[in-house]
Design a protein around this ligand. Structure first.
Ligand SMILES: C[S@@+](CC[C@H](N)C(=O)[O-])C[C@H]1O[C@@H](n2cnc3c(N)ncnc32)[C@H](O)[C@@H]1O
Length: 286
């Protein structure tokens, strides 16, 4: 059973692509050696590598790390589909993907790994840089410190994109937004496998931890601003927020169920909007 369904990751991939900071991705790409070896944490189906490969352009070898075997298994078909859509020749098999773009080869290798119990395996990788997308809200403050210690000791640059910053504003406002939001925040802070999760505090915590270890940190907003063209994603977010809120505050189930129905009705009328705050963070060793 996956914590993150492939369908959900597919649904969010275009919104993520539109929200990312191109300027930070360019600055990151400009600092990297070629050929490049790079690891992506909590890769899911590999959306972050697909977004960054064309920005980096040259010869590059990715290691796609995730603990979820179903998502690891989805990486080959998702990359193959993506590469064919872009018109890039692609070979995939045995957990390896090789894409040819002009004179360059972009490769990706799947690595099943639980980063909580085996951060040392990341430390042993022969890599030049680390990336992650939509990952750091899941980790604890304690794990974050251990991870940034590894980056600092190895002098590895990090591009962490789409980290939630706690902003979640629905429009129009609803009388019970505050009740649902409080329960949802409570759920976000539950243990997701790393101890108490940072949730909406993740962007600030990551930024501070990197500054404290002497990294030069640049940040940019990568918020989702969703409206009438994002019906499927909005519908999933209404259901997801209501479901998480009910789990965290079962005594409020009636209120949350009514909130969900009202939000879905507003969405059906084309009048629902949502801002979800995210931050992209680029950290370069000082
Ligand atoms: C929100 S998803 C983001 C996936 C991908 N980065 C993207 O942007 O589509 C978080 C990912 O972190 C992975 N993850 C969660 N806990 C993990 C752990 N302890 N070790 C490795 N991966 C983990 C999940 O399996 C999931 O694929």
């Amino acid at each position: 059973m996956s914590d993150f369904a492939l369908d959900w990751l597919r649904l969010r991939e275009p919104a993520d692509l539109a929200a990312r900071s191109p300027a930070l991705a360019r600055s990151f790409a400009a600092t990297l050696p070629r050929p490049l070896r790079i690891a992506d944490l909590g890769s899911g189906s590999g959306a972050n590598a697909r977004a960054l490969m064309p920005r980096i352009g040259a010869e590059q070898d990715w290691i796609l790390i995730d603990r979820d075997r179903a998502l690891i298994a989805a990486q080959e078909p998702e990359f193959t589909h993506w590469a064919r859509r872009q018109g890039y020749p692609v070979l995939a098999g045995g957990g390896r993907i090789a894409i040819t773009v002009g004179a360059a080869r972009w490769t990706a290798a799947s690595m099943p790994l639980d980063l909580m119990s085996n951060l040392a395996a990341l430390d042993r990788l022969d890599i030049h840089a680390v990336t992650a997308a939509a990952f750091f809200d899941l980790v604890s403050a304690e794990w974050l410190t251990r991870f940034v210690d590894v980056l600092a000791r190895r002098r590895l640059p990090l591009l962490a994109v789409l980290t939630v910053d706690g902003v979640r504003d629905w429009l129009p406002v609803h009388d019970d937004d505050a009740i649902v939001a409080a329960a949802f925040r409570h759920h976000q802070a539950r243990d997701k496998g790393f101890g108490a999760a940072l949730g909406g505090a993740a962007a600030d915590a990551l930024d501070q931890c990197l500054v404290d270890r002497g990294f030069a940190v640049s940040a940019a907003s990568s918020a989702w601003r969703l409206g009438k063209n994002d019906r499927l994603l909005l519908s999933a977010l209404v259901d997801g927020e209501a479901g998480a809120a009910c789990e965290a505050a079962p005594e409020q189930t009636d209120v949350i169920t009514a909130w969900r129905a009202a939000r879905q009705a507003t969405l059906a009328d084309g009048g629902l909007a949502l801002t979800v705050g995210h931050r992209d963070i680029l950290a370069l060793p000082g």
